[in-house]
Design a protein around this ligand. Structure first.
Ligand code: SDX
Length: 425
């Protein structure tokens, strides 16, 4: 922590307040404003655009340069050389695993892939056509009802078991949500398969027919999980941290993160991109929708574009686009009309002055939906896939906070309501 200082001069006072400035390894310095409360002042930052809520060693983003590092490793290199479980280990432990550590981690995750049989009856309370995210919020939160042996958050071993259980069980639950929705029997996980092969097995195989899993689709699935694994203090991760700061158990915290991810401005965007492309319907209507996206009186936004932090290309979108091309070529869908329209829309948006002036580029969600659709995953399940990929990141942030010094998160406000008034009569 550096000894640079900021000085705040407040009208009506001769003194100026000294506020410590701290430097990170890379990225913006932060000004410690905690002493303002003693001066009867709060900072004001709706949407936390300029607020560092914590210090963290997990992920670094440079929105201007399109940089994303997980424990210092660029996302492009991890996408090219690593896999989802290895990145999960990196996020959780801070270093890439040795060969032996990786084998042990993969085996441990494999030993937690089943869920308690009682949980299967939990699904029966939902309508078959319930939105998959509504079911995921319910069943992930319900996991805490089954694992009383790993709920002591002060015990690092308990935290590690809970992390393994959540990473291992999310694909099982995601596939169960899908099977319940289409009225097919649940498929048990197979520990002889890789993480992504196993997910596709539970999704698309049935007790009557067990087709081999395409290595191209399994690789694409692994890339989608990997590219969603973590992203600094985004809305859902901040929700997990906020819930964790109250001492809530890890399953409840992840369920809170899933709920926050559901919104179309966040993790629900991939589903919204496909719905938007379907609504546009034809390249001839792109200009009409671009005009809507720029019309302040119209709530329509171009889904899959823009980002709170990236004001240049989202590096994950670049990798996702390459993966998208590979999958569609493998499946003979390179002339997929949806993809062609998405590429035309991307070209028009990137050349549009309004979008360029605001740094609105495709984000991770723009192409992920097209890959997931090509793999055969229904649109309403897209955000469930995002949640499955994000789970190691959520858990890593939760663990980093709970394993260190933390306080309950309790923001204040600028009160603009009535001053004290008496009840009439
Ligand atoms: C994710 O935080 C993360 O890291 C999230 C995420 C992760 O991995 O966790 O990266 C995942 O959530 C990606 C984002 C997915 N969401 C979408 O694709 C939905 C469409 N995008 C927009 O809703 C919006 O861009 C947000 C929500 C992503 C960002 O919202 P901000 O930061 O509030 O947007 P902004 O204020 O920076 O926008 C600046 C301007 C505004 O216009 P002006 O008031 O300056 O005139 O750009 C406009 C906005 O109206 N704008 C858009 C737009 N996004 C912003 N205009 C049209 N279409 C859009 N998509």
């Amino acid at each position: 922590m550096a000894d640079k200082k900021a000085y705040l001069k407040i009208d009506g006072s001769d003194e100026s307040l000294e506020l410590p400035i701290y430097e990170g390894t890379i990225g913006p310095d932060v000004i410690d404003v905690r002493s303002l409360t003693a001066q009867g002042k709060f900072t004001y930052d709706p949407g936390f655009v300029s607020t560092a809520a914590c210090d963290s060693k997990i992920t670094y983003i440079d929105g201007g340069k399109g940089v994303l590092l997980h424990r210092g490793y660029p996302i492009e290199q991890l996408a090219d050389k690593s896999d989802f479980l290895e990145v999960s280990f990196l996020l959780l432990h801070g270093e890439l695993p040795t060969k032996e550590e990786k084998e042990e981690f993969v085996k441990t995750i494999g030993s937690h892939t089943m869920v308690n049989e009682q949980l299967a009856s939990f699904f029966k309370g939902f309508r078959r056509d319930a939105h998959p995210m509504a079911v995921m919020c319910g069943v992930v939160g319900a996991l805490s009802a089954f694992y009383h042996d790993s709920l002591d958050i002060t015990n690092a071993k308990h935290r590690e078991i809970a992390a393994h259980r959540l990473i291992a069980k999310m694909p099982t639950l995601a596939a169960m949500v899908y099977k319940y929705n289409i009225g097919q029997p649940f498929m048990y996980p197979r520990n002889d398969l890789s993480y992504s092969e196993n997910f596709l097995h539970m999704m698309f195989n049935t007790p009557c027919e067990q087709k081999p899993i395409s290595p191209v689709l399994a690789n694409a699935m692994d890339k989608v999980f990997l590219l969603h694994a973590d992203h600094e203090q985004n809305a859902s991760t901040s929700t997990v941290r906020m819930a964790g700061s109250t001492g809530a158990n890890p399953f409840a915290c992840i369920a809170a993160g899933i709920a926050a991810l559901w919104g179309p401005a966040h993790g629900g965007a991939n589903e919204a991109v496909l719905k938007m492309l379907a609504e546009i319907g034809d390249e001839s209507r792109i200009d009409e929708f671009m005009a809507k996206a720029k019309d302040k009186s119209d709530p329509f936004r171009l889904m899959g574009f823009g980002h709170r932090v990236y004001k240049s290309y989202d590096p994950r979108a670049v990798v996702m686009k390459k993966c998208c091309d590979e999958v569609l070529l493998e499946l003979g869908l390179q002339d997929d009309p949806m993809l062609k329209m998405a590429m035309k829309l991307e070209k028009i948006a990137l050349e549009d002055e309004y979008f360029k002036a605001r740094g609105l580029y495709p984000n991770v969600d723009f192409y992920s939906g097209i890959i997931l659709k090509a793999i055969g995953i229904p649109t309403e399940l897209f955000t469930v896939i995002f949640a499955t990929g994000r789970t190691p990141g959520w858990i890593a942030h939760w663990n980093e906070m709970i394993g260190g010094d933390y306080r309950i998160a309790r923001p204040r406000q600028l009160y603009t309501g009535h001053a004290k008034r008496d009840y009439p009569g």
